[in-house]
Design a protein around this ligand. Structure first.
Ligand SMILES: [Mn+2]
Length: 354
């Protein structure tokens, strides 16, 4: 057996938690391992975190098509695409999280979580994921840990998980067509905020150029992903902005109540980008949007301009929290007012330390 073959064998027979942990340079090894598993897999499950964003959905849909091309007999993508992503090639076939595992007589032989750790999966998806004999992570979050996977590819230097999927497609020799280009461009666009965030590198723009060369309508994709909003989303934004206030020196916060969603006929995906409005107040370095996701459960969306590492901050607030240096999230239990009162001193401390 050659070195690559041995790595695959070691990875798949390794002890729980010992996973093959490779950064960007290990991509060829990872691609060979995942490719060989996928080619023989009867049924694969792909999922991003619960409430997937544009990059999660993009990465899942593109990898699903790639695994099918490699010979995987059936690929199920979990999640509900938000209104902004329903047009994406393959989005129509996505299976809602809560329906995953309902047909437990047909278990998954391979499960891949993309753009976030398995701790962030919906509970029904998590159960199916944990039951799969081969569990894989493909991610670019700095906070992601290798435990509990047979194969893990984590490349924090990559602006998006979508780009990692493109690297995998290249490693597998799969052609890039217009459908994959539209999917992947959505991921790039979303995670770079339209190529404006600090994670945008020359490499990111070269990749974007390559995707445009496939003839995609990048203007239409930008409109749908970055600008177009449902009317309820506009009302929800107004509601959130109505709560906005400064928090000490360099902080800003706002909130959305659980009852707002029902009253405005809005859903969680309508909140995309709302926290950025708080961050862009003059003089603000750190912004927090408190989202009452369910009674007694508050999700925090954290953003930083530069100084504060919000991924580290999210981890101190919630062991399952995390994300990127300038964009992260976590969950706190308790009534909204109580969570705000508990978290605000931590925001102040992070600002003073940063
Ligand atoms: Mn991402």
């Amino acid at each position: 057996m050659n070195r690559l073959g041995e790595s695959v064998k070691d990875a798949l027979e390794g002890a729980e938690g010992a996973g093959l942990w490779v950064g960007g340079e290990g991509l060829a090894v990872f691609a060979a391992a995942l490719g060989s598993v996928a080619a023989g897999a009867a049924r694969a499950l792909l999922s991003g975190p619960a409430d997937p964003d544009g990059d999660s959905i993009a990465a899942c849909l593109a990898l699903a098509d790639a695994l099918r091309a490699l010979g995987c007999a059936e690929v199920v993508v979990a999640g509900r695409p938000g209104h902004r992503y329903a047009w994406m090639p393959g989005a129509e076939g996505m299976v809602p999280d809560e329906a995953i595992g309902a047909d437990s007589d047909r278990p998954f032989s391979l499960a891949v979580v993309l753009d976030g750790e398995r701790a962030r999966l919906h509970s029904a998806v998590r159960a199916a994921f944990d039951a799969a004999p081969v569990r894989v992570l493909v991610d670019h979050h700095r906070s992601s840990q290798p435990d509990g996977y047979q194969l893990a590819l984590v490349a924090p230097e990559s602006a998006s998980t979508a780009e990692l999927v493109l690297h995998l497609m290249d490693a597998w020799g799969l052609p890039l067509g217009p459908a994959a280009a539209a999917q992947l461009y959505t991921g790039l666009l979303f995670d770079t905020g339209g190529f404006r965030h600090s994670n945008t590198r020359p490499e990111t723009l070269r990749t974007a150029a390559r995707l445009l060369e496939q003839g995609i309508d990048h203007n239409a994709i930008s409109l749908r992903v970055l600008y177009e909003r449902r009317e309820p989303a506009l009302r929800l934004l107004a509601r959130a902005l109505g709560t906005a206030r400064r928090s000490g020196e360099g902080g800003a916060l706002g909130w959305v109540r659980f009852t707002d969603f029902g009253a405005l006929h809005a859903d969680y995906s309508d909140l995309e980008g709302v926290v950025d409005h708080l961050l862009h107040i003059e003089g603000v370095e750190l912004a927090a949007l408190f989202i009452e996701r369910a009674p007694g459960q508050v999700r925090l969306s954290l953003r930083s301009r530069a100084r504060v590492d919000v991924s580290a901050l999210a981890r101190t607030l919630d062991p399952r929290g995390g994300g990127h240096r300038r964009a992260a999230g976590c969950v706190r239990e308790g009534p909204l007012e109580q969570v705000i009162a508990e978290v605000e001193p931590a925001l102040q401390a992070a600002l003073q330390a940063g």
